[in-house]
Design a protein around this ligand. Structure first.
Ligand code: ZN
Length: 262
C-alpha cells in the first residue's frame, strides 16, 4: 500500500497489531477490506497458529517495533508492523501498479532501509507488504556488511531521507550454519569469517548446536549494527536523533518479524 493509505489505515485502527487484527477496518490500495473479512483472516491465522505448538510459542514471544515510543521513524515503524501483520493474515496486497511506478519516476523516498539475508525465503518487500519505493533493501548472505553495503545505507539515510534502518537476521540461516560448522570454500569464506566471532560468542552461553546457531544469528545482527555505527555519517544521524537503527529476526516458519532488544 502507499504510505498515505497505510497511515490512514493506522489512524482508523491504532490497535491493529495489538488487537490481533480482529474488529479492524483496513483499506488496501485498490479496494476496501471489510471488518468481517479482516476478522475472518485473523481467525484463520489464529487457527493456523494454534495448529502447531511451536508456532504458538513463537507468537507469544513476538515483539512489535514500538513505534509509539519512537521519536523518529514512527510512521516507518508502523508501516512495518502493519505490513507484517497483513502478510501473516494473508491480506497482503502490495502496490506495484504502473501508476505508482510512473509516480516514482519523479524520485524515491523509501521510509526504511532493510539489511537482510539473500535467503530466498526472506524477501523484505513481501514480509512487510511493501509497495514499490517503500523499502531500500540491501541483501547479502548472512546479512553481513562491508564497504559497499555500508555506503548504500549512508546513501539512503543521508540522501534519500530514510529514517529507519532495520538489520534483520532470520532463523535457520545457512550462512550462520556454515560459520557454526566452521567450513566454507571460495569467497564464502569471507562471509563465514565475518560471522565467526558471533558463533564463538554464542558458544560461551550455549552448548547445543541448534541453540548456538540461533544465538549466533542474533549476535550477528548486533555485529552488523555495530559495523553500521562505525560509519560517522550513520552514527551522527543516529546520535542526533534523525534516524533509528534496530535489530530484528524473521522466523521462516511463522512468518513473523521480532525485534531484538537493545
Ligand atoms: Zn540467511
Amino acid at each position: 500500500m502507499k504510505l498515505k493509505n497505510k497511515i490512514t489505515a493506522i489512524t482508523l485502527c491504532s490497535a491493529f497489531a495489538l488487537s490481533g487484527l480482529a474488529g479492524c477496518t483496513v483499506f488496501s490500495s485498490n479496494s476496501e477490506t471489510t471488518a468481517t473479512e479482516t476478522t475472518t483472516a485473523a481467525a484463520q491465522t489464529t487457527a493456523a497458529t494454534e495448529s502447531t505448538s511451536s508456532s504458538a510459542s513463537a507468537v507469544s514471544s513476538h515483539e512489535w517495533l514500538e513505534a509509539s515510543k519512537m521519536e523518529v521513524a514512527e510512521n516507518a515503524a508502523n508501516e512495518l508492523n502493519e505490513g507484517n501483520a497483513q502478510y501473516l493474515a494473508g491480506t497482503a496486497s502490495m502496490n506495484v501498479s504502473s501508476a505508482l511506478r510512473n509516480e516514482l519516476t519523479n524520485g524515491q523516498k523509501p521510509h526504511t532501509v532493510v539489511i537482510t539475508c539473500s535467503d530466498s525465503r526472506v524477501p523484505p518487500e513481501l514480509i512487510f507488504n511493501a509497495d514499490l519505493g517503500e523499502l531500500f533493501t540491501i541483501r547479502t548472505a548472512g546479512n553481513v556488511v562491508g564497504e559497499y553495503e555500508v555506503g548504500s545505507v549512508e546513501y539512503a539515510v543521508d540522501h534519500l531521507g530514510s529514517q529507519l534502518v532495520v538489520v534483520m537476521g532470520h532463523s535457520s540461516c545457512g550462512a550462520v550454519g556454515a560459520a557454526v560448522e566452521g567450513h566454507a570454500e571460495g569467497n564464502i569464506e569471507s562471509i563465514v569469517h565475518e560471522i565467526t566471532p558471533s558463533v564463538e560468542e554464542a558458544k560461551k552461553s550455549e552448548t547445543d548446536e541448534k541453540a548456538i546457531a540461533s544465538k549466533a544469528e542474533d549476535l550477528n545482527v548486533e555485529n552488523t549494527l555495530a559495523k553500521l555505527r562505525e560509519s560517522s555519517i550513520i552514527k551522527e544521524l543516529e546520535d542526533s536523533g534523525k534516524i533509528k537503527l534496530v535489530g530484528a529476526k524473521y522466523d521462516i516458519e511463522t512468518g513473523e518479524v521480532s525485534y531484538l532488544g537493545e
